[in-house]
Design a binder for this molecule. Structure first.
Ligand SMILES: Cc1ncc(COP(=O)(O)O)c(C=O)c1O
Length: 362
């Protein structure tokens, strides 16, 4: 008997593995493995969530009108260019499905977000990695890889898992040197956390060109990772193309309503970012003081290496932190086995990370 055969290019795809969220036998857990907001959503958002239960019997608005109009007002961008998805992950996958196939190539930075290679390979195309220096994206190395097969570039700025950022001017230069048929996808999942003074948003790059897409998410600073809402700002042609592909109700009605409320509560965003900025520098100093190599971050997490002067491997550090109820992210799937990625948590969680590491190093 013959079995159905999937597309051959799917054979070598490893499914995405998220950060662990449970530890057996430990009650109080601090999950610092997926860069969520440690404070969760605001009161206002919880109210909106409770009210949204009244609508769960009816299908959601397939056009996401209320949310799109809210995003459009908030960022002063054209509502016709906005597309919402079940997390920005959905939109990244839709982009790859729509613009890549067979012999195409898509360029990513060497240590890019794990979803890009998955989305690219799931379209049958090839992933081309551009060398980084000190975990920083190099636009010259991206430009050097462009050839006739290149159809897309996926770039997170700042980047996950490295936390590094490149300047606005570098992105503008990269775009100015791209052939116009190459789609540049700028993933700004961590935009709200950026504290670099010269940093600006790229909405005008979308307004003025047909080959730039920006993705954003409600999963990080807005504290809604479990509801799955993301969005993209795109040229109109791209919105039309993706609208043909997307399933009609990918953003559920609760998620649509709650995301609107989240945008209305900017105090929560400001407080969350302030906490992050304070703790990011404290954690950087503490971790470096303990002997880890710490990559400077513009996000809500730090990538650290259990460098050779330490007596412990990253796996040993990971296991010890787990024994204390702290879950950080191992980096094996990113091919960085001696690294860990640690989300900035509540003050209590951060202090526990440091005191636990001090105990280990004693
Ligand atoms: C760079 C980057 N892009 C996109 C996402 C996905 O976000 P969402 O929850 O909106 O799918 C993440 C999540 O970790 C991320 O780090």
């Amino acid at each position: 008997m013959k079995n159905p055969i999937p597309n051959s290019y799917l054979n070598n795809l490893e499914p995405y593995r998220g950060g662990k969220s449970k530890l057996s036998g430990i009650e109080t857990i601090f999950k610092l493995s997926s860069n969520e907001n440690p404070f969760g959503p605001s009161e206002l958002v919880i109210d909106a969530y409770n009210k949204a239960i009244n609508d769960i019997t009816i299908y959601p608005d397939p056009l996401n009108d209320e949310l799109i109009n809210k995003i459009s007002d908030f960022y002063s961008i054209d509502s016709k260019g906005i597309l919402c998805g079940c997390g920005s992950d959905e939109i990244l996958h839709l982009l790859a499905r729509a613009y890549l196939s067979g012999n195409d190539e898509a360029i990513v930075s060497e240590n890019c977000f794990a979803v890009y290679p998955l989305a690219i390979k799931a379209s049958g195309a090839r992933v081309i990695r551009a060398k980084e220096i000190n975990f920083k994206t190099q636009i010259q190395s991206i430009l050097g890889l462009i050839n006739n097969a290149t159809k897309m570039i996926f770039l997170a700025n700042p980047n996950n898992p490295t936390g590094t950022i490149i300047s606005y001017d570098e992105i503008i230069e990269l775009h100015s040197k791209l052939p116009s048929n190459i789609l540049l996808v700028l993933d700004e999942a961590y935009a709200e956390y950026v504290k670099v003074e010269s940093h600006k948003n790229y909405f005008d790059l979308v307004n003025n060109n047909n080959n730039v897409v920006i993705t954003r998410t409600f999963s990080k600073v807005y504290g809604l990772a479990g509801l799955r809402v993301g969005w993209a700002y795109c040229p109109k042609d791209v919105v039309e193309t993706l609208s043909r592909l997307r399933i009609p109700f990918s953003v559920n009605s609760t998620a649509q309503k709650v995301a609107v409320a989240a945008l209305d509560d900017q105090n929560h965003v400001i407080n969350s970012v302030r906490h992050n900025t304070d703790w990011l520098s404290k954690m950087e100093l503490e971790l470096a003081g303990l002997g880890f190599s710490v990559t400077p971050s513009s996000c809500n997490f730090l990538l650290i290496e259990a460098s050779s002067n330490l007596d412990f491997s990253a796996d040993e550090v990971y296991d010890f932190l787990c024994s204390k109820g702290i879950i950080v992210r191992q980096m094996h799937e990113y091919n960085l086995p001696n690294f860990l990625r640690i989300t900035i948590g509540t003050g209590e969680a951060n202090k526990l990370v440091i005191s636990s590491l001090k105990e280990l190093m004693k």
